[in-house]
Design a protein around this ligand. Structure first.
Ligand SMILES: [Zn+2]
Length: 225
């Protein structure tokens, strides 16, 4: 993953808002982590379903490119909301969660909030409980790509925790990241079976080539305990 494609002004904006001096480092780590995770989520939703249920099961309501764009946008907005709320809950950052969520959405995709619909989605995610966020997100994904309803449900439980781990890691909260990984182990014990990473928390942007940690592959998602 490259860390060179973030705008320097995003880091400056962050420094001003957070009254910190490490914006460049935090911004790069945050962006690397969220970008890698978004890519993995797209693969889980699209390629895994296609591979396991056949191409016909994708039943795309629009062109594949348009579907991909809408998937990426929805994931970016959900990630921005989950990440911003977690950073505030852990009290690692003070200030307005809505500002942080908007900054995170634009960091991932400069055009994410250029349509009113994107802003509405983001503010809706910020107003509801974690469980409602999850339902909103899986509902939106299912409307964009109906076959995503076949993805293992555990994926939608592991995903927000993965967003929070990336957030904790970007902000230097290693203990917080480990606590969240323990929660994921409890949700899906099979993740420990990876002979390569043993479910360790990886640096942001890194992906285990065997199990796909930080968002596990289909074989792990469907493993029995
Ligand atoms: Zn692994």
């Amino acid at each position: 993953m490259s860390s060179s494609n973030h705008s320097p002004s995003a880091a400056e904006e962050f420094n001003q808002w957070a009254k910190r001096a490490d914006g460049a480092q935090v911004t790069a780590a945050w962006l690397e982590g969220l970008s890698a995770l978004r890519g993995l989520m797209c693969v889980r939703l699209r390629e895994d379903v296609e591979e396991n249920f056949g191409l016909d099961s994708l039943q795309l309501p629009t062109s594949p490119l348009e579907t991909e764009r809408r998937l990426e946008l929805e994931i970016a907005i959900y990630q921005a909301a989950v990440s911003a709320l977690f950073a505030r809950e852990r009290k690692q950052l003070t200030g307005d969660a809505a500002w942080l969520a908007e900054w995170l959405a634009r960091l991932q995709d400069p055009t994410a909030l250029s349509e009113p619909a994107g802003r509405d989605r983001l503010s809706h995610y910020l107003r509801v409980t974690r469980q409602e966020q999850r339902h909103l997100f899986s509902g939106a994904i299912g409307r964009i790509m109906p076959a995503a309803n076949r993805a293992p449900l555990v994926l939608f439980r592991l995903f927000p925790a993965a967003v929070r781990i990336i957030t904790a890691t970007a902000l230097g909260d290693a203990r917080g990241a480990e606590e969240l990984r323990t929660q994921q182990r409890n949700i899906l014990p099979a993740i420990e079976d990876c002979a390569q990473c043993h479910a360790a928390v990886l640096p942001n942007g890194h992906v285990c080539t065997l199990c796909s940690n930080p968002l596990w592959g289909y074989r792990f998602l469907t493993a029995a305990d």
